[in-house]
Design a protein around this ligand. Sequence first.
Ligand SMILES: [Zn+2]
Ligand SMILES: [Zn+2]
Length: 431
Amino acid sequence: MAKQSVIERIEKIFIEAQNSSQLNMKCGIYNKEMTEIVNRYKTQVVAWDNQMNMQENAFPSATQSLWYSHYLNKKKLRDLGIETKCIKMRPTVYPPNQNQRLSIHYSHDGKNLICKISERLLYQKNFYRNGRHIWQDGSNNRECEHYIIRSQSVNGKCICPSCGHEDIIENLIDGCDYCHTKFHMEDFDGKISSVYMPNNNSKSRDSNMLKKFSPVIYMIVVMAVLPFVINKPSWGIPLTLMALIIFLYIFFSIAGKHSVSKGPGRNRVSVDKLHEVDPLFSEEYFIASLTNKLESIHYAERMDEISAFTYCDLSHKIAGYANVLSCKLMECVITDYKSDDKIQILDVNVVMNLAEIMGMMVQNREEKIRLRLAKSIESKTSAVNDIIVYRCQSCGASVSLLNGGKCSYCGNSMEMIRYDWVVTWYDSKCS
Ligand SMILES: [Zn+2]
Ligand SMILES: [Zn+2]
């Protein structure tokens, strides 16, 4: 009963939001159902870390694109002769304890209810090669966001993932009135679509800024100390003042350029442009789902494993990532957005942290990536197809990312660009 009333309360809020055309609003109501989905997913992650085999249905609580990044990672580790064992995974407690930081936010993109659960995550896993412990990775109690997505219109009805027809769940299970696709009850459960650690973000940006200013800071110290060294203390005040003016000038010009060319300033301008075309675009959700694609690219061993969402040849990049056993998105900035009557183009700058195995040693390196993504102008709010398995447009059979998005019945290729952002250009360098 209680579970029902929470969902009803959220629905009511979004109906009101729709009436005032403010659909991408957020509200924070604790929700047992959503926390249970996160815990089911966490249990599946632990089992996955600890098992040798790689069955396709290991993550029923995750969307296909999130499951796929786990799958490619495991395959890569197996081929590198590495085994993992999860040693810590703290479940999400509902209702939250008094001193626990847990927050829940909902947003609606018009077709899906998106729920974000943020908490401090305690997760740790060990890596072994030939039985020897080589590395440890985890979340170290850092802030972590789990995104849950549920195919559900504002009025609480479900949306047919094949054709977009809105109906009650019982009718869709009998077969959609329009496209006649039959669904299972589980197809409409909420699913974890991505996991993101935003704390990585600020750390990397701050250290970059400090590095940029260190020569300026040295110069100021030298100018302030110089009068005493050459025994002319009366020069002290004018010289220090001059240094301060130079510092402020450089600070504002660098800080200004930083935020306009690739920082938050540019990001905001591009997101504003995007909102004019797609008013329900969620930047947070976009970044979280981009994480799955970037991880898949770093874990892939062959081009056809990622060709469903990569429309440019990355074979040489894949070869360069051969020893990557783990990677994390540190920073993501949208730098430009363009659209015409056919297509939307998004330019993104990304910083990733890669862990690579060299013999029995694991080394970290930072990688800067410039990406161009494209999506059909028809597809505004994304992810409808991601919630349940992807479907073939010509015969309706479910399509797996495993064989490059090709239908195994009729051979038709899924055109991902019609539903979701695909990578059309990719340039990376290490720093
Ligand atoms: Zn349908
Ligand atoms: Zn087909």
